[in-house]
Ligand binder design. Structure first.
Ligand SMILES: *[C@@H]1O[C@H](CO)[C@@H](O)[C@H](O)[C@H]1NC(C)=O
Ligand SMILES: *[C@@H]1O[C@H](CO)[C@@H](O)[C@H](O)[C@H]1NC(C)=O
Ligand SMILES: *[C@@H]1O[C@H](CO)[C@@H](O)[C@H](O)[C@H]1NC(C)=O
Ligand SMILES: *[C@@H]1O[C@H](CO)[C@@H](O)[C@H](O)[C@H]1NC(C)=O
Ligand SMILES: *[C@@H]1O[C@H](CO)[C@@H](O)[C@H](O)[C@H]1NC(C)=O
Ligand SMILES: *[C@@H]1O[C@H](CO)[C@@H](O)[C@H](O)[C@H]1NC(C)=O
Ligand SMILES: *[C@@H]1O[C@H](CO)[C@@H](O)[C@H](O)[C@H]1NC(C)=O
Ligand SMILES: *[C@@H]1O[C@H](CO)[C@@H](O)[C@H](O)[C@H]1NC(C)=O
Ligand SMILES: *[C@@H]1O[C@H](CO)[C@@H](O)[C@H](O)[C@H]1NC(C)=O
Ligand SMILES: *[C@@H]1O[C@H](CO)[C@@H](O)[C@H](O)[C@H]1NC(C)=O
Length: 397
């Protein structure tokens, strides 16, 4: 009877804890942005050379402008303004001329608080003959993403969702952008936690014919800022829960202002890629990143029209993400890789234990505690009544 009651109490405690956590979660997620999507702003026709997607994420007193373009190397530009009515203007004559900055700007100009961009510059492939996963001299000529023929943007879904694909060696490199107005989680692994101040990009290398059976890939990224961004990659421990099984880390490439530790913007990912479109645990493959290094503003601006149009003097920091470790299967094992990252302003989202995990812990820790407590009470009652019980039994002995 006491065991049953203990279990019941523990279950009630777990439900209460879970409910509190859910409430806290929804209070945290109450911040919401209204999302407005437009394709090729200020253009009456489809511009040659690729689309420009503009998603406005409007808050109470501020706006996040997401600009995503395949004019040259695929680029996501994120502009934060302190006005709920700021807009983006494009001078297409200038934008398409590709030789001066000023083709894209924010109005009112003084509302701009922070700007950052991420350019997907190159896909590198190397022949890992000795299965060491070290890109050494065995590099094949890189795929320059600015020279790809990109598909038109395919917009779909309730959350603004855009798919951009380019052909590589009989296969494709695709980028799927999802812009969010609320806190939540991505649909598929690694199920990254996002806020209303971040959006997600998934990179997929699908059915590419490798130039060697032992090929592995690297993806080169360039982070762009107006003022010279101080930047570093932090690797934090992450709790393991049901969202990203077996991955205990999260990497955050943060930029912050001089003389301040305030994070202005971030790129966040879990160091894992998946070898199948619908992965199971065995399809997870670790990935690593190189140290960020300063790059050439001019070369990145000439590769991405969005960078050229917006930044007068872009400052660049680049890094490589490599997929697979020594001993892991090569790309040809499945002919597929997907990797997901989050781009946003402010501090990156931090995973907390989910309500499910908390209720499991509450049951797991709470039940023994309550049983111990009840056991203690029972024993002390027995002790107090001990003399009577003893007297009652003695005559029989
Ligand atoms: C928005 O701006 C107004 C006026 O500047 C200010 O009174 C208000 O507190 C701000 N609201 C938020 C949520 O920041
Ligand atoms: C766009 O830029 C071109 C070249 O700088 C300029 O001649 C033209 O007047 C601009 N158009 C608008 C609408 O501002
Ligand atoms: C940019 O290119 C356009 C057309 O190709 C040309 O008319 C213009 O003079 C160029 N501007 C600069 C600054 O080179
Ligand atoms: C692979 O291993 C062989 C034998 O140890 C060595 O000669 C060769 O240089 C290695 N190749 C690479 C790319 O490391
Ligand atoms: C890509 O195009 C640029 C500009 O046309 C050119 O300079 C570069 O060499 C090309 N890259 C490759 C790998 O073909
Ligand atoms: C656009 O994407 C949807 C869903 O991802 C897909 O079903 C559709 O075929 C795509 N359209 C084009 C033109 O690629
Ligand atoms: C998102 O940005 C808004 C406005 O800067 C801020 O008030 C809010 O706390 C941010 N939310 C998160 C989860 O960072
Ligand atoms: C991948 O390449 C290796 C080495 O040549 C080969 O043994 C293996 O069969 C290939 N796997 C697939 C799935 O093609
Ligand atoms: C930050 O500091 C660096 C070197 O100390 C300097 O070159 C740069 O101009 C500074 N940036 C800003 C925005 O103050
Ligand atoms: C990425 O890796 C390639 C090959 O090792 C190297 O040439 C390039 O400089 C790296 N890029 C960055 C930004 O570190």
């Amino acid at each position: 009877m006491s065991v049953a009651r203990g279990l019941r109490l523990a279950a009630v405690a777990a439900v209460v804890v879970a409910a509190v956590v859910c409430l806290a979660g929804s209070a945290r997620g109450a911040f919401h942005r209204q999302l407005l999507v437009e394709l090729n702003p200020d253009s009456s026709s489809t511009p040659p050379g690729g689309d420009l997607l503009h998603v406005r994420a409007v808050g109470v007193n501020d706006t996040l402008h997401y600009l995503f373009s395949s004019q040259g190397a695929p680029t996501l530009l994120l502009l934060h303004t302190d006005s709920a009515s700021s807009t983006i203007k494009v001078n297409w004559t200038q934008f398409l001329a590709r030789n001066t900055s000023g083709g894209l700007w924010v109005e009112p100009e003084g509302s701009l608080q922070f700007s950052t961009a991420l350019v997907f510059s190159r896909l590198l492939e190397y022949d890992d003959v000795n299965n060491t996963a070290e890109p050494t001299s065995e590099l094949f000529p890189p795929y320059d993403l600015q020279n790809f023929t990109w598909s038109r943007l395919n917009l779909s879904g309730a959350t603004p969702n855009a798919l951009l694909c380019g052909g590589v060696a009989h296969g494709s490199l695709c980028l799927q952008l999802a812009v969010y107005g609320d806190e939540g989680r991505g649909q598929s692994w690694p199920r990254l936690l996002h806020s209303a101040n971040s959006s997600q990009l998934e990179v997929r290398l699908d059915n590419i014919t490798p130039r060697s059976p032992q090929s592995r890939f690297l993806l080169e990224l360039q982070a762009v800022g107006g003022a010279f961004p101080r930047s570093r990659v932090d690797v934090r421990r992450s709790i393991d829960d049901e969202f990203t099984p077996s991955i205990f880390k999260v990497s955050e490439w943060v930029s912050f202002a001089n003389g301040s530790s305030d994070v202005l913007g971030f790129v966040q990912w879990k160091p894992v890629a998946y070898r199948q479109y619908n992965p199971v645990l065995e399809d997870a493959t670790p990935c690593r990143h190189s140290e960020p290094v300063p790059g050439s503003g001019e070369s990145v601006a000439s590769s991405s029209m969005l960078i050229r149009a917006f930044f007068a003097a872009p400052h660049i920091v680049g890094l490589n993400v490599s997929f697979g470790l020594a001993g892991e299967p090569f790309y040809n094992s499945t002919g597929f890789l997907s990797w997901t990252l989050l781009v946003g302003v402010g501090s990156p989202p931090v995973d907390v234990f989910s309500p499910l995990v908390i209720s499991i812990m509450a049951v797991g820790l709470g039940t023994p505690m309550i049983l111990l407590l009840l056991g203690g009470v029972y024993v002390s009652i027995r002790r107090r009544g001990g003399t009577n019980a003893g007297q009652a039994y003695e005559p029989i002995n």
